[in-house]
Ligand binder design. Sequence first.
Ligand SMILES: [Zn+2]
Length: 341
Amino acid sequence: MTARTGLVYDERFLLHRAPYDHPEHPGRLSAIWNRLEAEGLAARCRRIAARDATREELLAVHTSDHVDRVEATARREYAQLDPDTYTSRRSAEAARLAAGGLVDLTGEVLSGALSNGFALVRPPGHHAEADRAMGFCLFNNVAVAAQAARRAQVERVLIVDWDLHHGNGTQSTFEEDPHVLYFSTHQYPFYPGTGAIAEVGRGAARGRTVNIAWPAGMGDAEYLAAFDRVLLPIARSFDPQLVLVSCGFDAAAGDLLGGMRLSPDGYAAMTERVATLAGGRLVLALEGGYDLDAIAAAAAATTRVLLGEKRAARDPGPPNVVANRVIRETLDAHRPFWPDL
Ligand SMILES: [Zn+2]
């Protein structure tokens, strides 16, 4: 049978590396890839080649100055673009390949050649702003892919960002664009500081930024309650034609940076939920995640869902009191825009 799930992976993503210990290191991607190979999952997917994003694709999100600044890092052994964000000589190349690979994978899903896909890329993207690198991110991969889809006549794109952190760059790219709904779950207050419940989008796009901003300690029950009570009702009304996921695994239990406690099964259950939208046209792109065992296990569990494997139903129990309050406040903030809530 022809594989219906696409995978982007390229060893050149490993050439982006810091000259010192940094949590966003090449071993993250190797750990995920090795696990998918060991469990026979990579072989069941179709490899989609990474390719350079074109300048035009990048300029749909980023300023010309920012693209030039990232490209210029290729002339230096190392550079530091902000206190958290390093580059090596091959980082600009990796960043172009990450964005371009995700655009092509998304195109294959939109054309129907693939059902869904997972882009195992680095550097990550969701903190990158139009005019600057930030938070380990050089180009905003998911935003670039969403803009490419829009240019391919896709009217409505849903971006689900379940990384531990708020995707400030993605939110600011689309906060005035009614064609793109941005939904994020994140630890708050926390890096990067944005993503309050009250940030709901601007102008014609009010209601199209949805922030589940909650404290540390949330697990499967809380995340799934946010998906079932907030994301799915809004997304069904929005009726997306494509779902892109900023797939960070740093909300997993045991992460070095985060204080959440999602299990691999929780990631699988979130994947199942977003796969019910947009006729299943679903593309995941790796963002953060810093505990090697946790990210490998979560990536395997999500890939199994993309491949159509059935999972034993498991009730995570009721969400905690704090999560219930945050969910209620988010619903209150969005009722003016979504009458079905
Ligand atoms: Zn993160």
